[in-house]
Design a protein around this ligand. Structure first.
Ligand code: SAH
Length: 238
């Protein structure tokens, strides 16, 4: 029996977990022990009598900042030395499917969820937190970002998805967006399924899907398309 993938979450709102991760694919995998989830309350590491976790920003300005000492104590108490420590942060490196793959192949992840205006810079440095962003927009807390990241990792764990290959062909593998999918009925509001897909010719289906994926990627994601062109060139250059 292999050791389950471990998600440890430091949050001011542990009751939010497992939330959406408790149902469907991730929930079944959680129930069957393919991964484990521990949501730890940052406030449990507060030391003053008001159990305060935040304070006003040095230098002034609106909002509150999570205290370095309280957060550091929460990180130390979580005993997650052997896994990457990620701080959910709009300033972080944007999350990619290849980073998700790396994280899913490891032993697990410690997630630090910020709130308010963010966290004291010194704890990021002292505990070597890797800042990760899920996109160029601002959430009110790191929990929803952690949900997204955990969900993306868990579906890649061995035994979670039905078919092993269902992860290999989807969007972002080979820097491509996925081709369009169809299912029954054969005709929907006058729109038939593209003929090639019902032809039974597997080679033609594969060629059609590749061409569609390439066209979509070129049109919607010139940034991804440029990456694909570069890797294709490297492969042909040897
Ligand atoms: N004042 C900060 C935003 C704080 S938002 C700034 O301008 O950078 C509060 C918390 O929500 C953050 O500490 C972070 O944990 C989380 N968060 C917000 N947007 C996020 C994003 N795009 N990706 C990951 N985490 C995010």
């Amino acid at each position: 029996m292999t050791v389950p993938w471990r998600a440890t979450i430091l949050t001011l709102f542990p009751d939010m977990f497992p939330g959406p991760l408790g149902i469907s694919l991730a929930g079944k995998a959680l129930a069957s022990g393919l991964w484990t989830l521990e949501a730890r309350d940052i406030r449990a590491s507060a030391t003053d009598k008001h159990r305060s976790v935040d304070d006003t920003p040095a230098g002034g300005g609106p909002g509150m900042v999570l205290r370095a000492d309280v957060l550091a104590a929460a990180i130390d108490a979580a005993d997650a030395r052997s896994v990457p420590r990620l701080l959910m942060s709009p300033r972080g490196r944007p999350l990619t499917q290849s980073r998700v793959r790396e994280l899913a192949e490891g032993a697990g992840v410690l997630f630090v969820c910020g709130r308010f205006e963010g966290v004291d810079q010194r704890v990021i440095e002292a505990r070597q937190l890797e800042e990760v962003s899920i996109g160029d927009y601002v959430l009110s807390g790191g929990e929803i970002a952690a949900f997204a990241l955990i969900d993306a990792c868990v579906r890649l764990l061995p035994g979670v998805m039905g078919k092993a290959e269902s992860g290999a062909e989807e969007s972002f593998s080979d820097s491509l967006l996925e081709f369009p999918q169809y299912t029954r009925p054969q005709t929907f509001e006058g729109r038939p399924i593209p003929e090639i897909l019902v032809s039974g010719d597997h080679a033609k289906v594969a060629a059609w899907r590749k061409a569609e994926a390439e066209a979509l990627t070129r049109a919607r994601r010139p940034d991804l398309w440029a990456v694909r062109q570069k890797t294709a060139k490297k492969t042909t250059d040897g």
